[in-house]
Write a protein that binds this ligand. Structure first.
Ligand code: MG
Length: 464
């Protein structure tokens, strides 16, 4: 069991993810990447520069060549891994966590984020990091044009002339996070007319908490309405996830952002390849994918699993999740995305990229208002319940639900808890990884049906 690595890197407050631990982890990460070329970036958190020193020192001390992008968003760093043909990347950012937190997110040379399982391998290497000889320590190079190069790459994949002609009015809320480095400039260069909110970097996040929930973006919603803008966009702390606000001031939750992205990617034609998402995603995503001829593939919750599944599909990862198999793709992935508004556009990189998603919104607004686009995404209601359970009970509860599903010959997905797909509804029973609960989540066409379904499965789970 990993001691430090969670589902997506190592995360902690400053007294947990200390400079000392960061140095040791970075030496192990550098050893894991066999002393290759490693990209480093950080967001604007107040502890970022101290941890950056530990990261670059750790990497160079085991012989890695360090390319330090300075302050940049996560999608920028991940795009630059591919562009610079680097062997890996460490991003110093705790994404949507409060400002006292920080984290090391590790991405390999194929652009795949390291899961807890691969993190375990790194932790074993902490015992004996491969310290380089005095004349073999790596060079540390600063690289200042990462953001500009990322902007150019996004612009190449968007219809810039069309956007510049229509000049959509967009209010952007960067939450004082890493989106501030790129979003205002990107949208301006795309030809949008922008109004900025919380769009100067400030590691204390004074404007709003960095998770873009509906409650946290009230100011954005009000400004979209009062300014008569076409849409609002808010990013999380490191810029990989987005939520939208339509021209009427309605908040557009993450899985609807993903469903819209699928529609925009299809552009009225059949999608090439399957659509990947986690077991926690709304059925709206499956419905939209089906409309454009794509099948859905469900993964465990967590960006690395999503990324690994896509990599497997395009043939750059073998089934064990380890060695690189750079063979012809047997199957292709159209796109990947998660319920919280992170969308992977594989034509750009294997990272969730909230800036590519924003550019696609700007493009879509040239055709019709966002509220009209949303009419194409089916609406569902959901209900969440939780059952108290210790580790032993968690297992029994999930097994009981699985036995019920098998007995009734229901369509179920078992990669992370049990997700049961029903007609126009689904329910998931999943043990919490960090708390003493098993969660039941049901989604159906209306609130009454979702409640009935959640309660039915609560009974099944409890065996009553
Ligand atoms: Mg994030």
């Amino acid at each position: 069991m990993a001691k430090y690595f969670g589902t997506n890197g190592v995360r902690g407050r400053f007294d947990e993810l200390t400079p000392e631990l960061t140095l040791r982890l970075s030496q192990a990460i550098g050893t894991y990447f066999k002393g290759g070329k490693i990209v480093v970036a950080r967001d604007c958190r107040l502890t970022g520069d101290v941890l950056r020193s530990a990261v670059v020192s750790g990497l160079a001390s085991v012989g890695c060549e360090v390319i330090d992008l300075g302050m940049a968003s996560s999608p920028t760093a991940e795009y630059m891994v591919k562009r610079l043909a680097a062997d890996g990347c460490i991003i110093i950012s705790a994404s949507h966590n409060p400002p006292e937190w920080n984290a090391l997110k590790v991405v390999d040379g194929r652009g795949i984020a390291l899961s807890r399982e691969r993190g375990e391998e790194i932790e074993r290497l902490m015992e004996k990091p491969g310290l380089a000889g005095w004349d073999k320590v790596g060079k540390i190079r600063t690289y200042e044009t990462g953001t500009v190069e990322h902007i150019e790459a996004v612009k190449k994949l968007a219809q810039v002339e069309r956007i510049a002609k229509r000049k959509p009015k967009i209010v952007i809320d960067c939450g004082n996070g890493a989106a501030s480095f790129i979003a205002p400039r990107l949208l301006k260069e795309l030809g949008c007319e922008i109004t900025s909110l919380n769009s100067h970097p400030d590691g204390r996040f004074p404007g709003r908490p960095s998770e873009p929930t509906e409650a946290n973006v009230k100011e954005l919603i009000a400004l979209v309405k009062s300014s008569g803008a076409d849409a609002g966009i808010a990013w999380d702390g490191d810029g990989d996830r987005v939520i939208f606000v339509d021209e009427k001031g309605s908040y557009v939750i993450g899985d609807r952002v993903y469903a819209l992205s699928i529609i925009w990617k299809a552009d009225g034609k059949k999608l090439k390849g399957d659509v990947v998402t986690t077991v926690a995603t709304s059925k709206a995503v499956e419905d939209v994918a089906a409309k454009y001829g794509a099948r859905i593939r469900y993964t465990a919750i967590g960006a690395p699993y999503l990324c690994e599944e896509m990599a497997r599909m395009v043939g750059i990862l073998d089934s064990s999740g380890r060695g690189a198999v750079r063979s012809m793709a047997k199957k292709s992935a159209a796109m990947g995305g998660e319920e919280v508004g992170g969308v992977i556009w594989p034509e750009l990189s294997m990272a969730k990229d909230g800036f590519m998603t924003a550019a696609k919104l700007a493009e879509a607004l040239c055709e019709k208002p966002l509220s009209r686009w949303l009419e194409e995404v089916p609406r569902y209601s959901n209900v969440k319940l939780k059952i108290e359970a210790d580790e032993k009970n968690k297992k029994e509860i999930v097994e009981r639900v699985l036995a019920h599903a098998k007995n009734k010959k229901l369509d179920c997905v078992t990669v992370d808890g049990v997700r049961i797909n029903l007609k126009d509804a689904w329910v998931i029973c999943r043990p919490s990884g960090t708390e003493p609960y098993v969660r039941i989540f049901a989604e159906a066409r209306n609130a009454g049906e979702a409640k009935r379904l959640a309660e039915e499965y609560e009974k099944i789970a409890k065996g009553t």
